[in-house]
Every structure is written in C-alpha cells, then in structure tokens.
Ligand binder design. Structure first.
Ligand code: BES
Ligand code: ZN
Ligand code: ZN
Length: 489
C-alpha cells in the first residue's frame, strides 16, 4: 500500500474510514443513521451506499488505532475498491510520528495473509491510503512528521510480515540453508549489514557440542548465522539478539505426540525475529550496532540421533546431562549465547525463543514472557517494548526453581526435575551460559505462545505473528529517545 498525506482539500476516495473515540462528534453527517444502528455501542458500522466505514475505538492510543484499522480491513476485504481516505485520530498521541506509524502498521499487519498455497487467494484491494494533513485539523503537527511516521511504520510492518512469511513457510522449504540464504540476501541489499554463516566444521572447532548434538539426526547441516548492522556515526550501544532457529522440532527421540508436533515448523520464530530486527534497524537507521546470531537446525529422529542420558560438554565448558531430547532449544541457545558473549562482546544481549509450552499455560497466547537475572532490566524492557502494542510479562527467577536444573552426573540437566515453573526453569538453564559480567544486561524472551496465532486476533491472521520484532524495535527507539534522539517520537 502507498501512503499519502493529503494536504488541504479532502480527497475523493473509494472508501472513507473514520475511527471514532467515545461518542459521535456533533458535526458527523451520519450521526442520525449511526445512532439508529446503536453505534458507537456496536464497534463497526458500514454505510455501503456512501462507501463509508466507522469504527469505534476506546481511545486514540496507537494500539487502539491499529486494532481499529484491522476491523475496517476485515470489512473492506471483499470489496472492489482501490483507494481509502481517513482523518487523523484526535487524541493524546495525535500528530506524533508514532500515531502515523500506527496507521501504516495497522493496515500492513492486518492486510497480511499467508495464502501462497491457496488456489483462491485474493489480495487486499486497497492500493493507496490518503491520510488527512494533521495541519488542517489544528493538531500542531507538521506534514513531514506524518510522512516520516507513515514511512517507518510501513517498513517496520514489512519487516514483521517478512518474519511471518518465514514462520508460515513449510518446514521442508524454510530449512537452516534457506534461513542462511535470506540472511545473505539481506546483507546484499543493505550496505550497512554484513552476514557470516558457519557450518559444521566451524561449530566443531568452536566446541559447540550441544548445538551439534541437536543437529545429529538431521540430513541438513546446522547453520550458525551472524548478522551485523553498523549505523553511520557512533553507535549508542552494541546489542545482540540471539534466536532459536529449530526449523522443525519433532522432539527427537523423546518424540512429541502427533497433536504437539503440529505447528513445530514455527520453532524458528526466534531466529526469524532476530533477522527481522536487523532488517528493521537497518531500514530505520537506528543508532545502535545491532547483531543477530541465529542457531538453525532441525531436531529429528534417526539411528544417529542424540539420546537421553548423553552428557555433553558445551561451548562454555559446562557439562549437560540430556534428560529429554525435546528440550533442544535451550541446548542450541546455550551454545549460541556463550558464542555471542565471546565473539560479539555486546553491551546488551536479548534472546528470542519459542522455548516452552509452559509459557502458554502461564501467560496465554498473547503475551511474551520476559526473563533475566535482573528483573529490573526486564521491567525496563517491558515498559519500552510495550509502546509497540506487543504485550510482555516479567517472570522472576528464584533459587528454588534454578535448583530444579541440577542433576547428579553433570553440571546441569536440560530437563528440570519437576513440571511446574517450566518457563522459568528454562530461562534459568540459559542463565548459566551467560557470562556473569553480562547477566545484568541479558534478557530471555519466551515467544512460545506469541510467535504463532492459533486463531485470528487483533491485527493477526492465523499463523506467524512476527512476535518480538516490533517490541524489540520500539524498545530501541525508546532507548534512542531517552538518549536524546528527536526522531521516532
Ligand atoms: N519448541 C518447544 C516448546 C513449545 C511447545 C513452544 C509448544 C510452543 C508451543 C520446545 O522445544 C519443547 O519441546 N519444550 C518442552 C519442554 C519440556 C519437555 C520440559 C515443552 O515445553 O513441552
Ligand atoms: Zn522441543
Ligand atoms: Zn523446540
């Protein structure tokens, strides 16, 4: 979709969209008919003969704007229209770059479908969205701010949709090799991004035996993918995103039952999100040095599969007793976290992983779990990241849960001694592989519930959501604003 800020005169478009906060304005010409239909009690009102759609939203908060637009997009989908006109939403955030970014995000995210394999696919019909000039509404904002917001909102949403495509793609195609190809492609198209891919020999040389063990029964070579975006001028910080990239999780010899194996193509959602974060950071020219380290492999079965009861020495030198081969994500991540700490030496490290089913039980399917040695760092992340509209809950560590990872024969077990607190015990397993000096600046995001939507919710169709991308990018924008940046407000 193209976004144009329309100055002065109202543009005639095929569809007009009004987002209404609270009661209907006095000067609304459709007021009588809308009141007759019970609006704004009802949340969407379509007046087809006028080509008008009204959506009532509880407030002008950017997230309410995104969700309101999603409702309009649903209504418009089947229409034969090309252009849409909308007024700015009047409210606290009105006129800010972020208010306009939210408009573009709302359209781009809700107009996404994964329909490559459907014979009856139909694209969303709107090609151009005209947004009224904030100046003509006395919002005190300038047209350039509106244009900037629309532009970066659309780019951030496109990076998110790219991640959704990766998560939705079938597992025989979205292999570790395909992920490496996508990463190299990004580096080719973005001059500020570099990409290195390491295969089995490099992993052997580095002693990444946990990662290699998980890979053992797969016919596909594991890929450790390292991307780096360097901004022009001095970077405010060096940040590394480490992603779990299991392109299929069968469970290994501790095989998953059939109903749990379904959707395990999404087990690379963390790695895909890390890739999307680098793309968005580069396109938005954020003032941070951003690294992504993706640990990509399948977790399969076979005569040479790694077994429960093996004891394996990690890249960090810690020995791990394999209690369950389905706890593979923490093994791959453990090696990738210590590799990243060694080779990247970041100021801040954030991992993203579809790590546990337990996080779904604890938080539901709409919220990402935030964990780390420092709960304060977690709360600060939550405050900044939630300006994206994504939801985060901090799960605090404690010594009793941490001790559930202990075992008699090795330094640590990958299978906790009990089933309770599963999201936190997984997070505390990872913590052991983060060097102490970095622990206060390390966070683990468990996107087990959020990476993939079972059903349509908010602006998401069923399937991949790109969870983590917008949260991490808004977190960086907030950090930049706190350090004096004028953009992205
Ligand atoms: N990829 C799964 C976690 C998962 C399950 C994410 C369901 C999203 C939805 C992970 O590798 C796994 O299998 N974890 C096990 C751990 C358990 C055996 C301790 C789980 O959560 O069941
Ligand atoms: Zn698993
Ligand atoms: Zn997994």
């Amino acid at each position: 979709m193209r976004y144009t800020v329309a100055a002065g005169e109202k543009i005639r478009a095929d569809v007009e969209l009004s987002l209404v906060t609270g009661s209907l304005a006095e000067n609304c010409e459709d007021r009588a008919v809308l009141e007759r239909c019970g609006f704004p009690g009802e949340d969407v009102a379509v007046l087809p003969e006028k080509g008008r759609i009204y959506v009532s939203i509880p407030s002008a908060d950017p997230e309410r704007v995104r969700r309101g637009i999603a409702k309009a997009v649903d209504a418009i989908w089947a229409w034969n229209v090309r252009t849409l006109w909308m007024e700015p939403v009047i409210g606290e955030a009105a006129g800010t770059e972020r208010a306009y970014a939210a408009i573009a995000e709302g359209f781009e995210l809700s107009a996404y479908r994964f329909d490559r394999y459907r014979s009856d696919r139909k694209d969303f019909p709107i090609e151009e969205v005209f947004v009224a000039d904030p100046g003509t509404y006395g919002l005190g904002a300038d047209r350039e701010a509106a244009e900037r917001g629309l532009a970066w909102g659309a780019r951030l949403a496109a990076a998110t949709n790219w991640v959704r495509d990766m998560v939705n793609e079938i597992p025989g195609i979205m292999t570790p090799q395909r992920m490496a190809e996508l990463a190299r492609g990004l580096a080719e198209s973005e001059p500020a991004v570099t990409c290195d891919v390491y295969g089995r020999p490099a992993l052997e040389e580095e002693g990444m035996n946990l990662f290699l063990a998980v890979n053992r029964a797969s016919p596909l070579e594991p890929q450790l993918i390292h991307l780096c975006y360097r901004p022009e001028g001095t970077a405010l910080e060096r940040i590394a995103y480490v992603g779990k990239g299991i392109t299929y999780d069968s469970g290994g010899l501790s095989l998953k039952p059939p109903e749990h194996m379904r959707n395990m193509k999404d087990d690379m959602g963390g790695a895909a999100a890390a890739l999307g974060i680098v793309r968005a950071a580069a396109e938005l020219k954020l003032p941070f040095e951003v690294h992504a380290v993706l640990g990509c492999t399948e977790n399969m079965i076979g005569a040479n599969a790694y077994r429960p009861d093996e004891i394996i020495r990690s890249h960090a030198g810690i020995t791990v007793d394999v209690g369950n081969t389905d706890c593979e994500g923490r093994l791959v991540l453990a090696d990738c976290l210590s590799w990243t700490a060694d080779h990247v030496k970041p100021d801040r490290m954030i991992d993203l992983a579809t790590l546990t089913g337990a996080v779904c039980v604890g938080l539901g399917m709409f919220t990402t779990g935030v964990m780390g040695t420092s709960a304060e760092t977690g709360f600060a992340f939550k405050r900044r990241a939630e300006t994206s509209g994504e939801m985060y809950t901090v799960l605090e560590f404690n010594d009793y849960l941490g001790a559930m990872n202990d075992c008699p024969a090795a330094d640590v077990s990958n299978m906790p001694s009990g089933r309770t607190g599963g999201a936190i015990t997984a997070g505390m397993f990872l913590e052991r592989f983060v060097p102490e000096a970095l622990r206060g600046q390390w966070l683990h995001l468990d996107i087990g519930g959020t990476a993939d939507a079972e059903e349509q919710w908010g602006y998401f169709a069923p399937g991949g959501t790109g969870a983590g991308v917008r949260g991490c990018i808004y977190h960086l924008m907030e950090l930049a604003v706190e350090k004096g940046a004028e953009k992205w407000q």
